[in-house]
Write a protein that binds this ligand. Structure first.
Ligand code: MN
Ligand code: MN
Length: 467
């Protein structure tokens, strides 16, 4: 028998798996880079509160990095950097690689740029009790009580009767007014306190306060409303009827800031999913003459099921893949079969304040790196993509080679709830797909929290995958 001279602790180190914390596993230089990257990300986030704004900021960033608009049918060659702006609400970027696309396929990262918010209804404006309000219809999975009594900004677009499109953005700059959803004072909340959290704030009470000055004319019926209309007319040339062809959103007015004393964490509106879109965008923009053909999709409408012609279920993304294949003389079905996709979306970071809904061994821990979710869904993995061991094995090897700090996670305890991403819509195209992204604390709240370590390792993961 051979002599065993290894100590138990050495064998333990060799055989057992332990998550790594990004800040513990990285040297000062890398941590410095992560902090710097976080500063640029905060600027991107503040400028991209709606999908329209995210498209505009991303196009600007892409053009600065040599990307040109793509026209359907145009001839492509290796090294070409193109973007396709889909109706100002979703964006596709791609770089043609040097290898044979039939063999190498496409390296795709799909993320989304829409975030939960309050949308104005088509007939929003009314007055009551000396105040003017906008009626709203919430967009995405919001906890309604979180949207009361906080400063809101108004963002969006209005198409006027003559067809002109006006961009609206008011509430974010110093000196701008903000908007507001009223809440009930505690003194009169005895009945409200008896309701469940889900019922305490009714959807029809999420009315946005937008004025309080009566128009000075006793013959006018709704005086406060008229003052608001007059101001809107002066500022934007709008009449009340123009709301019918408008997309106006109430979004949190506050900007992204570091949380706490050490700068490790960032609070912001819309981390879900700009915290993955930004790494995908910066990774593809950093490519120079790549081997693989790389593509990034920044999709709209994920928060309402990826529907519509700007959501991930729209055929435009497949059409672009088909067009690329055609101009390069490749068969789309073969290219898709050999393609690989990271569905880049956030996951629920373990929160010790609500530990009971997490299974800690399989939860993502803040700052332990970018997170792979083999499956999402609910109940018995219902509605989930459930990536293969082979594909995760491929990703794992890639990340090990680049020393990327990463972890795996489930959304929460087995039967605690659930959720989905765009992964299954990409996988449907016969593309190997897995979810990867940043753990978020207070997901879908007006102010969410992430770690700069997780943000940066997600960027590293995207860059390694595309490059
Ligand atoms: Mn998401
Ligand atoms: Mn979401």
């Amino acid at each position: 028998m051979e002599k065993e001279d290894k100590k138990g602790v050495d064998i333990e180190k060799e055989l057992t798996y332990k998550k790594r914390n990004f800040f513990e596993a990285s040297d000062e230089k890398k941590i410095g880079k992560a902090y710097e990257y976080g500063e640029d990300y905060k600027k991107f986030l503040d400028a991209s509160k709606t999908e329209r704004e995210a498209v505009a900021t991303s196009v600007k960033y892409a053009e600065k990095n040599g990307f040109k608009p793509y026209v359907f049918g145009e001839k492509l060659k290796a090294g070409d950097k193109k973007y396709y702006n889909n109706r100002d609400k979703s964006l596709v970027l791609f770089v043609v690689g040097s290898e044979n696309i039939s063999e190498g396929g496409i390296r795709l990262i799909a993320s989304h740029i829409d975030s939960p918010r309050l949308d104005l209804k088509q007939n929003p404006l009314y007055e009551d009790g000396g105040m003017a309000f906008f009626k709203t219809h919430y967009y995405g999975g919001v906890k309604k009580y979180q949207w009361t009594a906080i400063p809101l900004a108004l963002h969006g677009a209005v198409v006027l009767s003559d067809g002109r499109k006006i961009d609206v953005k008011i509430g974010d700059e110093d000196g701008d007014p903000v908007f507001y959803v009223n809440d009930l004072l505690p003194h009169l909340s005895r009945e409200q306190y008896q309701k469940t959290l889900a019922q305490a704030i009714d959807g029809e009470t999420l009315n946005v306060l937008c004025g309080g000055l009566p128009f000075k004319d006793d013959d006018v019926k709704d005086k406060v409303k008229l003052t608001v209309l007059k101001k809107l007319n002066e500022k934007y040339g709008m009449k009340e009827e123009d709301f019918l062809s408008a997309e106006l959103c109430a979004v949190p007015a506050f900007n992204a800031r570091d949380i706490g004393f050490d700068g490790a964490l960032i609070a912001g509106y819309g981390h879900d999913d700009k915290v993955c879109s930004y790494p995908a965008l910066t990774a593809i923009c950093g490519l120079d003459k790549p081997v693989h053909t790389a593509m990034v999709v920044l999709a709209d409408k994920e928060e309402i099921g990826s529907e519509g012609n700007t959501g991930m279920q729209c055929g435009v993304y497949e059409d672009i893949i088909d067009e690329i294949c055609e101009t390069l003389g490749a068969k789309p079905s073969v290219v898709r079969m050999n393609s690989k996709c990271l569905s880049a979306d956030v996951t629920a970071g373990f929160d010790p304040n609500f530990a009971s809904v997490y299974e800690k061994k399989n939860a993502s821990i803040i700052s332990c790196g970018t997170t792979i979710c083999k499956y999402t869904g609910s109940g018995g993995k219902g509605g989930s993509n459930d990536a293969s061991a082979e594909f995760i094995g491929f990703i794992r090897k890639l990340f090990a080679e680049k020393d990327i700090v990463w972890q795996t996670s489930e959304l929460g305890k087995v039967d605690a709830g659930g959720g989905g991403t765009v992964a299954k819509f990409v996988a449907k195209l016969n593309i190997d797909t897995v979810d990867l992204g940043v753990p978020v604390i207070s997901m879908h709240a007006p102010y969410e929290v992430i770690s700069k370590g997780d943000l940066y390792s997600t960027f590293e993961a995207c860059a390694a995958f595309l490059g």
